[in-house]
Design a protein around this ligand. Structure first.
Ligand SMILES: [Zn+2]
Length: 319
């Protein structure tokens, strides 16, 4: 008698503060969601233990699990399943796919988290049907993933697509990476809030990037200046990408994308101003929000388990 076909995979999105894991069926439904602390403050081994323990608990709770998918931050070699470096996990050269496969006895697919999100947006979300597109996530930092001819592009060493660390103004503010003037130092939520607080003083105490966007919209001049600077930096970086790669579509996600019309309207306008060759492609909001990385990990796991691609395309991500 043939064994029953495996009916679930386990997908885990590994973030700097929390791990989000789900058991996902062949129709893309998450039948469970578990969130645990990453434990980065306890060092790299504690994070490895936390990831493996969550994967192990989820797979033992679902004995028909066919494969495991992990979405991870940092510089990730998707091919070998190794995290080359991830500052917020304190990892360096961690062969997480091999460690997980050994512990679980299952196939393990590993993807950089923003590339995982880009794959999910392409199959199920805002980039459905597109073959050449860029996904940017504007949050605490600026993440980006390039999809070229339907495949996420990693480059030769796993860090291809780090648009957040492209310089947009060499004399600009200092970025977390140690260099001045990166896109991230202008357009990440963290830096927008920092710049506004530094310029506006007491009046800006505890103000988040979204509040800066709201204050800018009501005509507050300092917030307006910081916001315009952020949008212009984004427009320069996106225009550079479009000039080099000629994508069909730009998808923007992350917490800042929730600024909605404020961001998208002014970004399209500034992008137009910075383009010299061709027309700017559509710039659209991501659909999958915080779940994009976990969807990408589930897709990676189901592909490792040999699912029919046509079935993946039937997944419904919107009600
Ligand atoms: Zn940088």
């Amino acid at each position: 008698m043939r064994p029953l076909a495996p009916q679930h995979v386990v997908a885990i999105d590994v973030g700097g503060t929390s791990l989000k894991g789900s058991v996902v069926d062949g129709d893309g439904h998450a039948v469970s969601l578990e969130r645990r602390p990453t434990r980065a403050e306890d060092g790299p081994d504690a994070v490895i233990d936390a990831v493996l323990a969550l994967a192990s608990d989820l797979t033992s709770g679902s004995p028909d699990t066919a494969a495991v998918g992990l979405a991870l931050p940092g510089v990730v070699d998707d091919e070998t399943g190794t995290v080359i470096s991830a500052a917020n996990l304190r990892w360096r050269d961690v062969p997480i796919a091999a460690l997980a496969a050994e512990r679980l006895g299952l196939a393990v697919a590993v993807m950089h988290d923003v590339r995982a999100a880009a794959v999910a947006e392409g199959l199920l979300g805002a980039a459905r049907g597109a073959h050449d597109y860029l996904l940017m996530t504007l949050g605490t930092g600026v993440g980006a993933a390039m999809v070229i001819r339907g495949q996420p592009y990693t480059g030769a060493h796993g860090f291809g697509g780090e648009l957040g660390h492209v310089a947009v103004e060499p004399r600009g503010p200092l970025c977390g990476c140690g260099r001045a003037g990166c896109l991230e130092a202008f357009a990440s939520a963290g830096h927008i809030a920092l710049r506004y607080r530094a310029m506006a003083g007491a009046h800006a105490e505890g103000c988040s990037a979204r509040e800066v966007a709201q204050r800018a919209a009501t005509g507050e001049p300092i917030a307006g200046a910081v916001w315009r600077e952020a949008v212009d930096a984004l427009a320069i970086a996106v225009a550079n990408y479009v000039t080099l790669m000629d994508p069909e579509l730009i998808v923007i996600g992350g917490g800042m994308a929730a600024a909605g019309g404020e961001l998208f309207g002014s970004l399209r306008h500034r992008l137009e101003a910075h383009m010299r060759f061709g027309k700017p492609p559509p710039v659209v909001p991501a659909w999958l929000g915080e779940e994009a990385g976990r969807y990408g990990a589930a897709i990676g796991a189901w592909r490792a388990a040999g699912i029919d691609e046509a079935r993946l395309r039937t997944w419904q991500t919107r009600p």
